[in-house]
Design a protein around this ligand. Sequence first.
Ligand SMILES: Cc1cc2nc3c(=O)[nH]c(=O)nc-3n(C[C@H](O)[C@H](O)[C@H](O)COP(=O)(O)OP(=O)(O)OC[C@H]3O[C@@H](n4cnc5c(N)ncnc54)[C@H](O)[C@@H]3O)c2cc1C
Length: 579
Amino acid sequence: MVVVGAGPAGLSAAYRLVEQGVETLVLEQTNRVGGISRTETYEEYAFDIGGHRFFTKNEEVDRLWRDMLGDDFLSVPRMSRIYYRGRFFDYPLKPLNALANLGLTESVLIPLSYLRAQLWGHRREETFEQWVSNRFGERLYRTFFKTYTEKVWGIPCNEILATWAAQRIQGLSLSTAVTNALFGIQKAKSLIDAFDYPRRGPGMMWERFQRAIESSGGQLRLGSEVTRLCHDQGRILRVVSRENGKESEMPVHELISSMPVSTLIGRLDPKPPEEVLDAARRLSYRSFLIVVLILDKPEVFPDQWIYVHGPEVRVGRIQNFKNWSPTMVPDPVKTSLGMEYFCDEGDEIWEMPDEDLRELASSELASLGLAGADDVVDSYVVRQPKAYPVYNQGYEQSLQTIRDFLGTIDNLQTIGRNGMHRYNNMDHSMLTGMLAAENVMGSSHDLWQVNEEEAYLEEESLADSREAVIAPVLARMDKLAFATSVGSASGLLIFLATIWLVVKGGDVVGPNLRLLENYFFGYTVTVKGAFLALAYAFCWGFLFGWLFAYLRNLILAIYLYSAKKKAEMLSIRDFFESF
Ligand SMILES: Cc1cc2nc3c(=O)[nH]c(=O)nc-3n(C[C@H](O)[C@H](O)[C@H](O)COP(=O)(O)OP(=O)(O)OC[C@H]3O[C@@H](n4cnc5c(N)ncnc54)[C@H](O)[C@@H]3O)c2cc1C
């Protein structure tokens, strides 16, 4: 059994396989485990590629993490803010803090622009810009969404599709918004307060996996790059890998691959049909570069990370690693900051020499007023290609073409983030690996069902059951039907009461009911009066019923609309988390 890649997905697959006694070999092209979730070190300063929070809703993954790390798995109270125009904004945004930081003029203009968007928003929502402006107003969009999103993706917001925005910022149905408003949004809350983190960075977790695999008889070959996958008649027969410049070949029974799926397609021998190669070429990625600055300063800021929204600098986010775990820094009087730049392989930032990157990062840090450029005593640069699979126009179609072709190879499964071109976090990457391993042992899991929206689905199914309970309460009332029923019931009631009193007879017939004469002109407690009362009571009942139903519908509609708006506002808080 061969697994390609020793990131979270590949290691989880291998771990599950060796647990079941399957002979397993992991081939990893770099010299350390963890993939994008590795811990890098420089002069005993440890840091990760972007700051990896461990958070999952999957109990099995959670248990595995805790078993692996025990006391070395820290619970970190979270602190992160947005830095914009020289001020820190609480993140998630808090209205009072945001308004205080924005100043009086903006505090007035933002609600006005929000109101304008509600009344005269963009008729068509084709782009990210239109989608966000319609929901939050043009000014809030420009302040909090535009620059950061453009830094991350490197394209103008008016070229990003609205469908992508709808996916990243939950567009909730009215009733889901109401159930969330009533029952709270649990996931967002728990992500905000605290997260788990290994004492020595995320790589510590993957080193424990490596140890566990090797101690159960599995093999990991680091520095071994898979260069060719020879296949015939719907089966991978051999894997060719390069180690220290030398190629070697080995037979394969089953193969699980976490290498980027576009790379995998290019390494198949013989080559797949041109349309599949073309689809692989169309998948694109965003890369990432981190300049670690070591400062001769014990404290710089208290956050684990800061989002930098200002367009005046190119840095997108700044990590402060000692605030993730104190042991990330060997000397407590020093601080290591990770200046994060989102880029494309081969672009100006990517190609910049390390010395120039240090200059750029130090001067940007100083221009933001967070530390002096002179405080920087050392630096280190790490470039991470293919950090983010890009969901661009047509990517789903390309991916489908690739999946259809790979589906014809029986003993090959692709897993993980780039292996499936899915925006998976560590937990979902792991799950795909674990399920692929189970498939090798006879199960038939559909790995494509596991994705980052899984948590959503869990939430939605919970919300669904709540909706089932409250849906009847939220249904619109049919005004005509309700008015007719109230009218008929009142008319009939008074008609019968009058007839009953007439039949009963007596000296004075129906002295109390006779009071109705004040409201029903011409009414008497007689048979004729009973028919008159029927008509009157029907009309009054109808009018009252119609008004009641109208007001009830109106109040409900206002409530539902405001609940939806509130839920949309709340969902901003998840937006920046996902990059
Ligand atoms: C900036 C950033 C921040 C993130 N923050 C978080 C976070 O806070 N929480 C979270 O849960 N997730 C986070 N993630 C996502 C997380 O990093 C990924 O989900 C996870 O690393 C994916 O694991 P994987 O095994 O699928 O892929 P990878 O980590 O990419 O591992 C794939 C492995 O395959 C190897 N490989 C590739 N090609 C070959 C080949 N030809 N031969 C041999 N080996 C090969 C690679 O070297 C690599 O080691 C973040 C990602 C980024 C970019």
